[in-house]
Design a protein around this ligand. Structure first.
Ligand code: MN
Length: 342
């Protein structure tokens, strides 16, 4: 069944409250909806979402490649998706749009043949439990937010750090006290030097905070620094910004620099995300899955991928909960941290 049309359209959302990480603050989010139509009228959707500070990708840059993508996949058979994915690998500078186009192809393929995307990815399960993320904010606001999250049933809480060493320690330690049964993911977004990162982890550990993943403590290019933190901190260290492609993952695995890799479809696209899953499963590395600023449409992609592969120890799929989305576009039901594909 041939692909008849491919269209990109910009979408716009505001965050309910400014979202701050060590790299900057975001108040709104522009994404792109990708729509692929087959010649029998079947329509597949994908969403591209980028944070410029992470990927160096903008919606305007992504819109620029619409014509290139059309030339790559129009009039091609959706059944030959592997061939199309190989061509789309050329979209190196726009990983989020690559992800959205790949997913829209899969979505159309699955609708055409009457299966769900999570079944396409392996059908391991149709359920994931997500964490919820607390951006960088003052202690009082942090605790108010953690209290709310905890009472909503979340038992995996992610806290952004990496901006103010002392305040950040206090924010995590005090959060732990009001969320006693929760485990924590701590994400510095490259905000620390290796020395600070080790000191930070030891400080939390001495207060008995259970950190299950310590994300990207140091600069994305500092492989030796990651490794140093890995072997000198009590917590499992994850690469996030350090890993976009399968080659990034292979390098860190070879160097034994990380315990975890945080896969985001928006950094890797579908084919590289699958390759990274296989690399991790072939080595001693665990996986979490994260997101950028996706609406319910884009989060759906990652839920299908995560549930279908069943490859992830932790799911950080919460961006849609922070956006003022007027129309819900997901094909999932959510009760607190529990997400079920319908
Ligand atoms: Mn991260």
């Amino acid at each position: 069944m041939k692909i008849k049309s491919v269209k990109f359209e910009k979408t716009y959302y505001r965050y309910f409250e400014p979202f701050t990480i060590s790299l900057g603050t975001h108040e709104d989010q522009e994404n792109i909806e990708v729509r692929i139509e087959l010649e029998d009228g079947t329509v597949g959707y994908g969403e591209a979402s980028t944070l410029f500070v992470i990927s160096g990708e903008t919606v305007d840059i992504m819109m620029q490649v619409e014509k290139t993508v059309q030339e790559m996949i129009l009039d091609e058979h959706v059944e030959s998706y592997g061939k199309l994915f190989s061509r789309l690998q050329q979209l190196r500078a726009t990983p989020a749009i690559k992800a959205a186009v790949e997913y829209a192809i899969i979505d159309a393929f699955c609708k055409r043949f009457g299966i769900k995307p999570y079944q396409f990815f392996g059908g391991a399960t149709n359920y994931v439990e997500t964490d919820l993320t607390v951006g960088i904010m003052d202690l009082e606001k942090t605790l108010k937010k953690v209290k709310k999250i905890y009472s909503d049933g979340f038992r995996k809480i992610k806290i952004k750090v990496g901006k103010n060493f002392k305040e950040d320690i206090e924010r995590v330690v005090e959060s732990k006290k009001i969320a006693p049964d929760a485990v924590f993911i701590v994400d510095a977004n490259q905000g620390f030097t290796p020395k600070q990162a080790i000191e930070f982890a030891k400080a939390l550990h001495s207060e008995r905070v259970e950190v299950v993943v310590y994300e990207q403590p140091v600069n994305r290019h500092d492989v030796e620094g990651l490794k140093l933190v890995r072997f000198n901190s009590p917590y499992p260290v994850a690469a996030d910004e350090s890993v976009f492609t399968r080659y990034d993952a292979l390098k860190l695995i070879k160097e034994e620099a990380v315990d975890f890799i945080n896969i985001k479809l928006m950094k890797s696209g579908i084919s590289d995300a699958l390759a990274i899953v296989h690399l991790a499963q072939s080595s001693n590395v665990q996986l979490m899955i994260g997101c950028m600023g996706e609406s319910s449409l884009g989060i759906t992609q990652s839920i299908h991928f995560a549930a279908g592969t069943g490859a992830f120890a932790y799911h950080d799929l919460d961006a849609h909960l922070s956006l003022n989305e007027k129309v819900f576009r997901g094909d999932f039901k959510q009760e607190g941290p529990h997400i079920y594909l319908t």
